[in-house]
Design a protein around this ligand. Structure first.
Ligand code: Q9C
Ligand code: ZN
Length: 343
């Protein structure tokens, strides 16, 4: 299995995150991808290749153009306004405020184009974000050219990013870019299986009214877990997309016994849909040792996750999302991928 990787992610570093009343170094840091790369190489999983596709061209089909323009200039606008450090949003157009007018000041724009304060900008953010999209589109191209599986080793992650908002460490929806690219390359139907601990609210929003992309997410109950405001079971899709969105929330503390049973349900929904390809939003924050999450999967469970997905017998693209127990992400990513290959 090939891995698509770009070192351009490294510049998205040194950013701060407001967490529980404290300003902390971001949990979503370069070491995450570096540990995964080390384990991929140590396990001889296959060649690591650079991206070749233009991810922004694909991103333009699933994101708002004003939003993408803002991503490109956000940090420059922050510097021009006389600030330094991490550009973080702090005011949002919530209920009772107007969301039909984009403000002019960078602090207004940061809130206008986000849903939380979790996706700040530093000088290297934009280059990392576009490289991640390039990797996602390139991974899709590998499948379209006949590879039966591939791994997109990217950060920042993407599944919380919607058509016109960032948040939850995400900017461009990498899994969405991959799905759109597969369709542009000729696939008729694509399933996105999101196994990150957190609900993939951005991916759901982007594809909610579409029948050509089925979205299935297994995640912590949003009554108790981020992103709180989406991810409930009654969100089934709208218009042409009605019936193609499936949320499978689970309680805090869930272990592999129940999680694996839910994966089985998700896989049966995928088999019924009959996609030409599957994109897996591969979050590894379901791990028992994750510092910001509360499921209890162990390192022995991840190969079983890969093996179950392999049973679907479809071209499958794995796209890295969350996972913050830095050393363990590498072990568990390789666990899923080798479980898939060995099945
Ligand atoms: N600072 C992904 O896993 N905040 N995003 C949690 C800890 C948001 C996670 C609180 C978590 C976002 C891709
Ligand atoms: Zn997550």
């Amino acid at each position: 299995m090939k891995t698509v990787y770009s070192p351009d992610h490294i510049g998205h570093s040194g950013h701060l995150e407001l967490d529980g009343g404290r300003l902390l170094p971001g949990f979503e840091k370069p070491e995450r991808a570096q540990f995964v790369l080390d384990r991929i190489e140590a396990a001889n999983l296959g060649p690591v290749i650079a991206p070749t596709a233009d991810g922004l061209e694909v991103a333009a089909k699933i994101h708002d153009s004003g939003y993408l323009t803002f991503l490109a200039k956000a940090h420059d606008l922050w510097l021009d306004a006389g600030y330094s450090g991490t550009a973080l949003p702090m005011a949002w157009p919530t209920r009772g405020l107007r969301d039909d007018v984009a403000p002019k000041h960078v602090r207004g724009l940061l809130g206008y184009y986000s849903f939380d304060g979790g996706a700040g900008f530093v000088p290297g953010t934009y280059k990392a974000v576009t490289a991640a999209a390039d990797c996602a589109a390139s991974g899709a191209d590998l499948l379209s050219a006949g590879d039966t599986s591939a791994f997109v080793l990217t950060r920042p992650p993407g599944h919380h990013a919607g058509r016109r908002f960032s948040g939850g460490y995400c900017y461009i929806n990498n899994a969405g870019v991959a799905a759109q690219r597969l369709l542009d390359n000729g696939a008729k139907r694509v399933s996105i299986l999101d196994v990150d601990y957190h609900h993939g609210n951005g991916t759901q929003e982007i594809f909610y009214d579409r029948a050509d992309v089925q979205f299935i997410s297994i995640h912590a109950d949003p009554d108790y877990a981020f992103p709180y405001f989406l991810g409930r079971g009654d969100e089934r899709g709208a218009g042409a997309g009605a019936g193609f969105n499936h949320n499978l929330p689970l309680p805090i503390g869930t272990d592999f016994h129940d999680w694996g049973g839910t994966l089985d349900r998700a896989c049966r929904l995928i088999a019924e849909y009959g996609p030409d390809a599957i994109v897996v939003s591969l979050g590894l924050d379901t791990y028992e040792g994750d510092p910001i999450s509360r499921f209890r999967l162990t390192r022995f469970d991840y190969p079983k996750v890969g093996a179950r997905i392999a049973q679907l017998n479809r071209p499958t693209l794995f796209v890295l999302e969350g996972g913050y127990a830095v050393e363990a992400i590498g072990i568990n990513a390789v666990g899923v991928l080798s479980g898939f290959l060995g099945a």
